[in-house]
Design a binder for this molecule. Structure first.
Ligand code: COA
Length: 157
Protein backbone atom coordinates (compact mmCIF):
# COMPACT_ATOMS: atom_id res chain seq x y z
CA UNK A 1 0.00 0.00 0.00
CA UNK A 2 1.38 3.42 -0.97
CA UNK A 3 0.82 6.33 1.39
CA UNK A 4 -0.24 9.27 -0.74
CA UNK A 5 -1.03 12.19 1.50
CA UNK A 6 -0.55 13.50 5.02
CA UNK A 7 -2.68 15.52 7.36
CA UNK A 8 -1.88 17.41 10.53
CA UNK A 9 -4.59 16.98 13.17
CA UNK A 10 -5.70 20.51 14.11
CA UNK A 11 -8.05 21.79 16.82
CA UNK A 12 -10.90 22.18 14.31
CA UNK A 13 -10.65 18.45 13.46
CA UNK A 14 -11.44 17.24 16.98
CA UNK A 15 -14.57 15.74 18.51
CA UNK A 16 -15.91 16.34 22.05
CA UNK A 17 -13.56 13.64 23.29
CA UNK A 18 -10.57 15.71 22.14
CA UNK A 19 -9.60 13.19 19.48
CA UNK A 20 -9.88 13.27 15.70
CA UNK A 21 -13.54 13.50 14.58
CA UNK A 22 -14.51 10.44 12.55
CA UNK A 23 -16.63 12.44 10.09
CA UNK A 24 -13.66 14.62 9.22
CA UNK A 25 -11.55 11.55 8.62
CA UNK A 26 -14.17 9.99 6.33
CA UNK A 27 -14.48 13.21 4.36
CA UNK A 28 -10.71 13.31 3.89
CA UNK A 29 -10.66 9.64 2.80
CA UNK A 30 -13.49 10.20 0.32
CA UNK A 31 -11.74 13.19 -1.23
CA UNK A 32 -8.35 11.48 -1.49
CA UNK A 33 -9.85 8.31 -2.97
CA UNK A 34 -11.79 10.39 -5.50
CA UNK A 35 -8.62 12.27 -6.54
CA UNK A 36 -6.72 8.99 -6.82
CA UNK A 37 -9.50 7.51 -8.98
CA UNK A 38 -9.57 10.55 -11.28
CA UNK A 39 -5.88 10.02 -12.00
CA UNK A 40 -6.29 6.26 -12.49
CA UNK A 41 -9.48 6.33 -14.59
CA UNK A 42 -8.67 9.44 -16.64
CA UNK A 43 -12.02 11.03 -15.88
CA UNK A 44 -12.89 13.85 -13.51
CA UNK A 45 -16.46 12.61 -13.18
CA UNK A 46 -15.95 9.90 -10.60
CA UNK A 47 -18.35 9.25 -7.70
CA UNK A 48 -18.32 7.11 -4.59
CA UNK A 49 -20.72 4.20 -5.05
CA UNK A 50 -20.01 1.98 -2.07
CA UNK A 51 -18.06 1.92 1.17
CA UNK A 52 -17.73 -1.28 3.16
CA UNK A 53 -17.50 -1.65 6.91
CA UNK A 54 -15.41 1.08 8.47
CA UNK A 55 -13.25 0.15 11.42
CA UNK A 56 -12.02 2.93 13.69
CA UNK A 57 -9.04 1.10 15.16
CA UNK A 58 -7.41 3.79 17.30
CA UNK A 59 -7.58 7.52 17.97
CA UNK A 60 -5.47 10.42 16.79
CA UNK A 61 -4.78 13.52 18.86
CA UNK A 62 -4.16 17.17 18.15
CA UNK A 63 -0.69 17.62 16.67
CA UNK A 64 -0.48 14.08 15.29
CA UNK A 65 0.54 13.68 11.67
CA UNK A 66 -1.51 11.00 9.98
CA UNK A 67 -1.13 9.53 6.52
CA UNK A 68 -3.47 7.87 4.09
CA UNK A 69 -2.71 4.76 2.10
CA UNK A 70 -4.69 3.60 -0.91
CA UNK A 71 -4.47 0.21 -2.55
CA UNK A 72 -6.30 -0.57 -5.79
CA UNK A 73 -8.06 -3.92 -5.42
CA UNK A 74 -9.88 -4.32 -8.71
CA UNK A 75 -10.50 -2.52 -11.98
CA UNK A 76 -14.05 -3.24 -13.11
CA UNK A 77 -15.72 -2.17 -16.33
CA UNK A 78 -16.89 1.22 -15.06
CA UNK A 79 -15.62 1.02 -11.48
CA UNK A 80 -12.45 0.95 -9.46
CA UNK A 81 -12.40 -0.85 -6.10
CA UNK A 82 -9.90 0.34 -3.50
CA UNK A 83 -8.76 -0.44 0.02
CA UNK A 84 -7.74 2.31 2.41
CA UNK A 85 -5.79 2.62 5.63
CA UNK A 86 -5.04 5.72 7.70
CA UNK A 87 -2.18 5.48 10.17
CA UNK A 88 -0.11 7.59 12.49
CA UNK A 89 2.93 8.67 10.47
CA UNK A 90 5.35 8.29 13.36
CA UNK A 91 4.13 5.18 15.19
CA UNK A 92 2.52 3.58 12.09
CA UNK A 93 -0.37 2.55 14.31
CA UNK A 94 -3.54 2.07 12.26
CA UNK A 95 -6.33 4.60 12.91
CA UNK A 96 -8.99 3.52 10.43
CA UNK A 97 -9.35 0.86 7.77
CA UNK A 98 -11.89 0.67 4.96
CA UNK A 99 -11.69 -2.66 3.16
CA UNK A 100 -13.71 -1.79 0.11
CA UNK A 101 -14.50 1.51 -1.57
CA UNK A 102 -16.09 1.41 -5.02
CA UNK A 103 -15.70 4.47 -7.24
CA UNK A 104 -17.62 4.69 -10.52
CA UNK A 105 -16.61 6.60 -13.63
CA UNK A 106 -19.50 8.59 -15.17
CA UNK A 107 -20.26 10.07 -18.59
CA UNK A 108 -21.56 13.60 -19.05
CA UNK A 109 -25.12 12.36 -18.46
CA UNK A 110 -24.19 10.87 -15.08
CA UNK A 111 -24.32 7.27 -16.36
CA UNK A 112 -21.62 4.65 -15.63
CA UNK A 113 -18.90 4.94 -18.27
CA UNK A 114 -16.52 2.18 -19.31
CA UNK A 115 -13.04 3.40 -18.44
CA UNK A 116 -10.98 0.85 -20.38
CA UNK A 117 -8.20 0.42 -17.78
CA UNK A 118 -7.12 -2.75 -16.02
CA UNK A 119 -4.04 -1.73 -14.05
CA UNK A 120 -2.66 1.24 -12.18
CA UNK A 121 -0.48 3.98 -13.57
CA UNK A 122 2.33 5.62 -11.63
CA UNK A 123 2.57 8.41 -14.20
CA UNK A 124 0.34 11.37 -15.02
CA UNK A 125 -0.59 9.99 -18.42
CA UNK A 126 -4.35 9.61 -17.77
CA UNK A 127 -5.06 12.97 -16.19
CA UNK A 128 -7.86 14.64 -18.17
CA UNK A 129 -6.42 17.39 -20.38
CA UNK A 130 -8.99 19.96 -19.42
CA UNK A 131 -11.42 19.79 -16.55
CA UNK A 132 -14.79 20.67 -18.04
CA UNK A 133 -17.53 22.40 -16.06
CA UNK A 134 -20.14 19.87 -15.06
CA UNK A 135 -23.69 20.81 -16.14
CA UNK A 136 -26.18 20.69 -13.31
CA UNK A 137 -29.69 19.33 -13.72
CA UNK A 138 -32.50 21.85 -13.29
CA UNK A 139 -33.71 21.76 -9.66
CA UNK A 140 -37.12 20.22 -9.16
CA UNK A 141 -39.50 22.80 -7.69
CA UNK A 142 -42.69 21.30 -6.22
CA UNK A 143 -45.85 22.59 -7.91
CA UNK A 144 -47.41 23.94 -4.70
CA UNK A 145 -44.47 26.22 -3.89
CA UNK A 146 -43.85 27.52 -7.41
CA UNK A 147 -47.55 28.41 -7.94
CA UNK A 148 -47.97 30.27 -4.69
CA UNK A 149 -44.96 32.62 -4.91
CA UNK A 150 -45.52 33.34 -1.28
CA UNK A 151 -42.96 35.47 0.50
CA UNK A 152 -40.87 33.68 3.06
CA UNK A 153 -41.68 34.52 6.68
CA UNK A 154 -39.40 34.41 9.64
CA UNK A 155 -40.12 31.42 11.85
CA UNK A 156 -40.89 33.68 14.76
CA UNK A 157 -42.59 36.45 12.77
C1 COA B 1 -22.95 5.55 -9.43
C2 COA B 1 -24.28 5.25 -10.11
C3 COA B 1 -24.38 6.04 -11.42
C4 COA B 1 -24.24 3.75 -10.44
O1 COA B 1 -25.48 3.40 -10.92
P1 COA B 1 -25.87 1.84 -11.03
O2 COA B 1 -27.25 1.80 -11.56
O3 COA B 1 -25.57 1.13 -9.77
O4 COA B 1 -24.89 1.38 -12.17
P2 COA B 1 -24.40 -0.07 -12.49
O5 COA B 1 -25.32 -1.12 -11.97
O6 COA B 1 -24.05 -0.08 -13.95
O7 COA B 1 -23.04 -0.20 -11.66
C5 COA B 1 -21.91 0.60 -11.97
C6 COA B 1 -20.71 -0.04 -11.32
O8 COA B 1 -20.86 0.03 -9.90
C7 COA B 1 -20.75 -1.26 -9.33
N1 COA B 1 -21.71 -1.33 -8.22
C8 COA B 1 -23.00 -0.98 -8.26
N2 COA B 1 -23.57 -1.18 -7.06
C9 COA B 1 -22.59 -1.64 -6.24
C10 COA B 1 -22.54 -2.03 -4.87
N3 COA B 1 -23.62 -1.97 -4.08
N4 COA B 1 -21.37 -2.45 -4.38
C11 COA B 1 -20.26 -2.51 -5.13
N5 COA B 1 -20.25 -2.15 -6.45
C12 COA B 1 -21.40 -1.73 -6.99
C13 COA B 1 -21.13 -2.23 -10.42
O9 COA B 1 -20.56 -3.51 -10.19
C14 COA B 1 -20.55 -1.52 -11.63
O10 COA B 1 -19.16 -1.77 -11.71
P3 COA B 1 -18.48 -2.41 -13.04
O11 COA B 1 -19.06 -1.69 -14.24
O12 COA B 1 -17.02 -2.10 -12.88
O13 COA B 1 -18.78 -3.86 -13.02
C15 COA B 1 -25.51 5.60 -9.22
O14 COA B 1 -25.69 4.62 -8.24
C16 COA B 1 -25.35 6.95 -8.55
O15 COA B 1 -25.41 7.98 -9.21
N6 COA B 1 -25.16 6.93 -7.23
C17 COA B 1 -24.90 8.17 -6.47
C18 COA B 1 -23.39 8.39 -6.41
C19 COA B 1 -23.04 9.63 -5.65
O16 COA B 1 -23.64 10.68 -5.79
N7 COA B 1 -22.04 9.51 -4.79
C20 COA B 1 -21.58 10.62 -3.98
C21 COA B 1 -21.81 10.35 -2.55
S1 COA B 1 -23.48 10.64 -2.05
Amino acid sequence: MRYHSRLWVRPENLNANGTLFGGHLLSWIDEQVALYSIVQLGNERVVTKYMSEINFVSSAWQGDIIELGIFPVKFGRTSLTLRCNVRNMVTRESIITVDKIVMVSLDDQGRPLEHGYSDITYARDRIPHRMKPIPRPEPHVPERISAAHEPLHDLDG
